[in-house]
Design a protein around this ligand. Structure first.
Ligand SMILES: [Zn+2]
Length: 858
């Protein structure tokens, strides 16, 4: 076996850079011809240059117009090597590729009859020979030729500079004035409708905004357009960054491995992240569109104008951009609610990653397949690292640091190190120790103890991070601990002579203490706003937790206190907590008006996955049963109060604003409790809700609750939902997902049937995610069925998918968390099935993940 490990320490610039890239595409479903002219300039002393190329059929190759003799180049193992190149020259290649056979959806492929591309991270090498690495920045001109009738629309990055036709074919020539790495390259050809609008930047540039989708989806683009304009205005207001081309295009495609891609001037989006309409999209769907539109737009600076030197620096663009997206959404929604939702996601996806065999630092030192580093650690934890710098520096200095970063490195490919250096300069402080957050994997545990004697209150903090693969010892982190101290009435006490009620305690040592002179022992309010991605342990009493939920002014601390109460009640099976929890819920419901969304979050019981995330061993079935019992008890005790959260049918017109989304959130939680309590008449109530709702949020809630409960009329509602979903692929995805997530043993057989369903498509990533992804990640009860049937079914599915789409298969695999924490014999069963999967033929990506998953178990 060859060692194909890529190491950060081996980084060296390419022998040649490509100053200009001219591409001519003759698009054909099975034989597209790509002609490339690369202007090469030597960067070092070597006259030999490597060009990546995967699955390309080479038709001709020439340097400065002279065809190369066979001994002058070598194409093998996905690499074209050309020797004896002059200092400056033009490499001219012609290749053919087969987009219709491309089910991996990397490079140029077909989605529902149209051509589109996905080049990040390493898809461009499937289009033409090129040094396919992010530090080779080139100016591109692209000419697309295609049959005009079938593909009236021809798009590429930048600005349209010329177009014409010849017979049945037409062509369009695009020019992108900004040098960019190959991963930002994009083309689209198809028959699409367009929603057009415009935006005038602060600099006075009139930008044409165009969002393309299938004709029938035109009415679903307004929300994306409004979100785009809001993103453009936000980046100008907060970061002082304006858009830099005359045209910004977004194209919706149905077959897409990811959420969306920030290609320069030509974003390509999964339909799920751009289409939004009250009849087809839930509130969460609307919010996702806003977030993803913002995210890809913000990349125009954090990623495109300033890009990554190499893929080890992936979090430079992703962590920073997720942080920018989070702050944008905090500003346009309820900030506290948004923060809690982001923390929930981090704890549900990244914390388990840190505990398992796939744990890796935000800035890894080596990788086998870069596609497997598009993880919660790179994105969500990466965002938390940027957020901590914002906490440590304060907003004003942080924004100055960002400004310095964009000014200093505009048009360059740089590193995380460069970003931190700008923050140090703007903040006038060292972040050297802080950098450990980037190079050490694992979630730090922060244990807090306190004492009170003779009017002095002392807090002692100890940090510890468990070993992760390849990193047995961890040095202490810099941890910004935002905190307050609350008196007996829940009011914050003054922490210093200036009367500050909140401070950021910057912890740098393994153990540290701090004291305050106080008249009484306070309740500490710790990790406010979740100021650092750590697991915090403080031995609160039940009364203190209840008081924090009731009185604290920090949304995160309130939510975390409620989580701890639920954990104790469910995980520790502490039935004495039912009574105080009922009383707390009653009070929260009584005070819900005006803060329904936060109330819903506070009342929402943690999912089985959340409950099990830190347990070893973890018994998902017992957790599910106890969670249901608590929900039933809390449901039964407060039936009238829960019923009062159910919205009247004669409500005002649907809108996705903070208040109305919050009321629907609270209604959903109330219906969950009522369902668990098997409240009288509830099945009929859910049926009415389904029939009378004027929006997908409530219809989806009704369907999920009735179906998961197998209530009266569930079959009929599922059948009605199917008919309604037929013309809408994204609604059909939900229809599949509702069934794949029902927490019951026989869901395994149902998922097997869904995989045979005539509407199931192995080549559609959204459909695969809706069934196999949801089943594996969000249905622990069925997935971990005692006889291992869930594992068998799922592994067979992954094997089948891997043949078509290795990236998707590897992603499904990497979501298998906590194998080592499963009790026996489930652990052995899962390992057996995974080993069996490994004995078959597997792609490089999937093999990479599987090897890591199984390594500690072996
Ligand atoms: Zn991104």
């Amino acid at each position: 076996m060859t060692d194909d490990l890529v190491r950060l320490e081996d980084y060296a610039p390419a022998a040649y850079t490509v100053t200009h890239t001219d591409l001519v595409f003759h698009l054909h479903p099975s034989a597209t011809q790509v002609e490339a002219r690369l202007q090469l300039v030597r960067q070092g002393s070597s006259d030999t240059m490597q060009f990546n190329g995967v699955g390309l059929t080479l038709k001709s190759i020439a340097v400065d117009g002279k065809p190369l003799a066979a001994e002058q180049y070598h194409y093998a193992d996905d690499m074209l090597v050309v020797s004896g190149l002059p200092e400056r020259c033009e490499l001219h290649t012609v290749v053919t590729i087969d987009p219709s056979a491309n089910t991996a959806l990397e490079g140029l492929y077909m989605s529902n009859g149209m051509y589109c591309t996905q080049c990040e991270a390493e898809g461009f090498r499937r289009i033409t020979f090129f040094p396919d690495r992010p530090d080779v920045l080139s100016r591109y001109t692209v000419t697309l030729w295609a049959e005009q009738a079938a593909y009236p629309l021809l798009l590429a990055n930048g600005n349209l500079v010329a177009e014409g036709k010849e017979g049945t074919q037409h062509w369009a020539k695009w020019e992108d004035p900004y040098p960019k790495p190959s991963y930002l390259f994009a083309v689209v050809a198809g028959d699409l409708a367009c929603l057009a609008s415009s935006y005038t930047t602060a600099e006075g540039r009139d930008v044409a905004l165009k969002i393309y989708a299938e004709e029938r989806d035109l009415p679903k683009l307004e929300h994306a357009m409004a979100s785009l304009k809001a993103s453009m205005a936000w980046d100008e207001k907060v970061y002082g960054l304006s858009y830099d081309l005359d045209l910004y295009m977004v194209v919706a495609v149905s077959h897409f491995n990811l959420g969306a891609m920030e290609n320069k001037g030509l974003n390509i989006f999964n339909t799920a992240c751009v289409l939004a309409h009250q009849d087809t999209t839930t509130d969460q769907g609307f919010q996702r569109v806003e977030a993803v539109i913002g995210h890809e737009y913000f990349h125009n600076w954090s990623g495109n104008r300033v890009t990554c030197r190499d893929w080890f620096q992936l979090s430079l663009k992703e962590g920073f951009t997720v942080f920018r997206e989070q702050r944008f959404c905090e500003d346009s929604n309820d900030a506290a609610v948004k923060r809690v939702e982001d923390v929930k996601l981090l704890k549900a996806t990244q914390f388990p990653e840190d505990q398992g065999p796939l744990a890796h630092p935000v800035l890894p030192s080596s990788y086998r397949d870069i596609d497997n580093f598009y993880t919660a650690t790179t994105y969500e934890k990466g965002a938390e690292l940027v957020r901590m710098q914002w906490e440590l520096l304060g907003e004003e200095a942080f924004l100055r640091g960002a400004d310095l970063f964009f000014t200093r490195f505009d048009g360059q490919a740089v590193t995380v190190e460069d970003f931190i250096a700008c923050m140090e300069e703007a903040g006038g402080r060292s972040l050297q120790q802080f950098k450990r957050w980037y190079t050490q994997a694992g979630t730090p545990h922060l244990t807090v103890t306190d004492s009170y004697a003779e009017g002095v209150y002392t807090l002692t903090v100890t940090q510890h991070t468990a070993p992760t693969p390849g990193q047995p010892h961890k040095a202490p982190y810099v941890i910004p601990l935002r905190m307050a101290l609350l008196d007996g009435n829940g009011a914050p006490v003054a922490l210093d002579e200036a009367g500050s009620e909140e401070c950021v305690w910057e912890i740098t040592e393994g153990t540290e203490s701090r004291s305050w002179a106080l008249a009484e022992k306070p309740t500490p309010s710790l990790l406010r706003r979740f100021s650092a991605p750590v697991a915090l342990h403080y031995d609160y009493s039940v009364a203190q937790l209840v008081a924090l939920v009731q009185n604290d002014t920090d949304g995160y601390v309130r939510w975390e206190a409620a989580q701890q109460l639920y954990h104790r009640a469910i995980v520790d099976n502490d039935t004495a907590l039912v009574e105080p929890l009922v009383a707390l819920a009653q009070q929260l419901l009584a005070e819900a008006k005006g803060q329904e969304a936060l109330t819903a979050l506070l009342l929402q019981l943690p999912s089985v996955n959340e409950l099990g995330a830190a347990l070893n061993p973890v018994d998902y079935h017992a957790l599910h049963a106890r969670r249901q019992a608590l929900a039933a008890a809390m449901g039964k005790a407060l039936v009238p109060a829960w019923q009062a959260c159910v919205l009247p049918a004669d409500k005002a017109a649907y809108a996705v604003d903070v208040a109305r989304v919050g009321r629907r959130d609270l209604q959903r939680v109330a219906l969950q409790y009522l369902t668990a309590a098997e409240a009288e008449g509830l099945d009929a109530q859910l049926q009415r809700l389904y029939e009378q709702a004027d929006n997908m949020t409530e219809r989806a809630d009704a369907l999920r609750l009735l179906w998961h409960q197998q209530g009266v009329g569930a079959e009929a509602m599922l059948a009605a939902a199917y008919t309604a979903a037929l013309p809408e692929p994204l609604v059909m995805d939900m229809w599949f997902a509702v069934q794949a997530t029902r927490p019951a043993a026989d869901t395994v057989e149902q998922v097997a049937a869904l995989l045979q369903h005539e509407q199931f498509e192995w080549t559609s990533p959204n459909r695969v995610r809706a069934v196999l992804g949801q089943f594996g990640q969000h249905n622990p009860v069925a997935f971990h069925r005692e006889d291992g049937a869930g594992y068998a079914l799922w592994c067979e599915g992954v094997a089948r998918l891997d043949v078509l789409n290795p990236q998707m298969a590897a992603r499904l695999l990497s979501a298998v968390m906590g194998i080592q924490r499963l009790p026996s014999p489930q652990r052995q069963l899962l390992v057996q099935h995974l080993e069996q999967l490994g004995q078959g033929k597997l792609s490089k990506q999937s093999r990479d993940v599987l090897t890591q998953l199984l390594a500690p178990a072996a």
